[in-house]
Design a protein around this ligand. Structure first.
Ligand code: ARG
Length: 469
């Protein structure tokens, strides 16, 4: 599209003596990506026009024409019938120019008391808020799935690890509840971000406010904001909420990446703890035996791009003087991509989680290797009157002996165990079993099956109150 001739498309062309350089036009345009804001842009404009009418700047017919015009544009965009123009730079000017084309002069009145600076600040907040609500629902769906599986697997014994070495027996349900807790904090962070961003910048205009008698509280209310911003300079330049969102996203992805790492390990032939349904895996074109855990691997991999967006946004803001700068146009792509990535990864996990099958026998076998009840033996000796450090030493010797004999602690005879301490009696075998070991950790936050069930119940209640707020 050319800028020469009489019909200069540029809505700000008045003071310019020559057309924009063709490359610069493309370089500065954002419409190829910010057209994703069209719904929010139109919602914001309808609220603005409604307010202009309320305060007497637009008459009823003008407001009506603008609202109907904008609604028509929204449905045309929705239906793919809208032609975006790079010469019109961004989503805001494309829609405004089209409105004027459709309804004539009245369209030009829409921008009274407003600037693209407070307009875009409003649009992006509305967009992020809408997406936050979708993402929060996906977190809840994944958390619910985790609780269901945790309840089902409350008695399933597996090895618990530190340093990826067998440490103590735990229940699989307990392990899944650890994942739940991480997501619970993520949900809290997301809600915090929502609360802080839900403040209306509309009315800040370019940077200093406007000389028209606008009603900012009214537009804020129409758009579902909790309040209006207090400082016009800050309103048009603040992108903190995108950084908070990215920080939330990075942390959430870090958690999903940790889950992924465990799923990848657990589905390997070496661990063989769980089975992922075929529909979440793919094969190899050369090795017919392969079933690869692609979904967790991809989620783990996508963590990198979300971390990248966090750094992009932080860097984008770090040198900006007040108030608006064109730099801010660069916030869109990272924000869009991080929202898409986080939402898709959560969806994949929420769909996959209920279908995960525990290979209980393998988990149990793994827990019975690796001297996982050594701490239980030490605790047993302490209860017989020994100091913990002495008990630790005795158990260390028993483990060394077991390794020599190729036997786990529970497989040693009473006579063999008594070589290391005559405080050991027949009752020791009750604590050396995996079931005894997990049941003994029967306090809030412990791995005992009864505690897992109680925790699931408490979490369900917690989520109910949280989501009804
Ligand atoms: N496309 C711009 C952005 O995304 C809209 C605001 C432009 N304002 C301006 N004065 N150039 O930030």
């Amino acid at each position: 599209m050319s800028n020469t001739g009489q019909q200069d498309q540029r809505l700000w062309g008045g003071r310019f003596q020559e057309p924009t350089d063709a490359f610069v036009e493309r370089f500065t345009a954002s419409v190829s990506f910010d057209q994703r804001l069209y719904q929010q842009d139109i919602r914001g404009s309808i609220a603005h026009a409604t307010m202009l009418h309320k305060v007497g700047i637009l008459d009823e017919a003008e407001k009506q024409a603008i609202v109907e015009g904008l609604e028509g544009i929204a449905s045309d965009i929705e239906a793919g019938r809208f032609e975006w123009s790079v010469s019109l730079e961004d989503v805001h000017m494309n829609i405004e120019a089209e409105l004027t084309r459709r309804i004539g002069l009245t369209g030009k009145k829409l921008h009274t008391g407003r600037s693209r600076n407070d307009q875009v600040a409003t649009d992006i907040r509305l967009f992020v808020r809408d997406e936050i609500d979708v993402i929060a629902a996906e977190i809840t769906r994944l958390q619910t799935a985790l609780l269901d599986v945790a309840e089902r697997e409350a008695d399933t014994i597996m090895p618990g690890f530190t340093h990826l070495q067998s440490a103590q027996p735990i229940t699989f349900g307990h392990h899944l509840l650890a994942w739940y807790e991480m997501l619970d904090r993520d949900h809290g962070r997301l809600m915090d971000c929502r609360k802080r961003l839900n403040v209306s910048p509309l009315g800040a205009a370019a940077l200093a406010g406007t000389s028209f008698p606008i009603d900012r509280e009214y537009t804020a209310e129409l758009l579902g904001f909790d309040s209006t911003s207090r400082n016009s300079l800050d309103s048009v330049s603040d992108r903190d909420f995108t950084i908070e969102l990215a920080a939330f996203g990075s942390l959430l992805m870090t958690h999903l990446s940790r889950f992924s790492e465990e799923l990848v390990l657990w589905t390997s032939a070496q661990f063989d703890f769980i089975d992922l349904p075929d529909r979440f895996c793919t094969g190899s074109s050369i090795m017919p035996q392969k079933k690869n855990p692609d979904v967790p691997e991809l989620v783990r991999g996508k963590t990198g791009r979300v971390n990248g967006h966090l750094v992009s946004l932080l860097t984008l803001m770090k040198s900006q003087p007040l108030a608006y700068n064109k730099d801010n146009q660069e916030d869109k792509e990272p924000v869009f991509d991080l929202l898409d990535t986080v939402r898709d990864c959560l969806k994949a996990y929420a769909d996959m989680m209920p279908a995960i099958k525990a290979k209980k026998e393998n988990m149990y076998q793994a827990a019975s290797r690796g001297y996982a009840t050594a701490t239980d033996l030490a605790d047993y000796l302490v209860k017989k009157g020994l100091a913990f450090r002495d008990a630790h030493e005795i158990v260390g010797q028993s483990v060394a002996y077991g390794i020599e004999q190729g036997k786990d602690l529970g497989e040693l005879s009473l006579g063999e165990l008594q070589q290391f301490s005559d405080n050991i009696g027949e009752d020791v075998f009750a604590v050396l079993t995996l079931e005894g070991s997990v049941q003994a950790r029967d306090h809030v936050g412990g791995t005992a099956p009864a505690q897992v069930r109680a925790a699931v119940k408490a979490c369900r209640l917690d989520m109910q109150t949280r989501d009804s707020l």
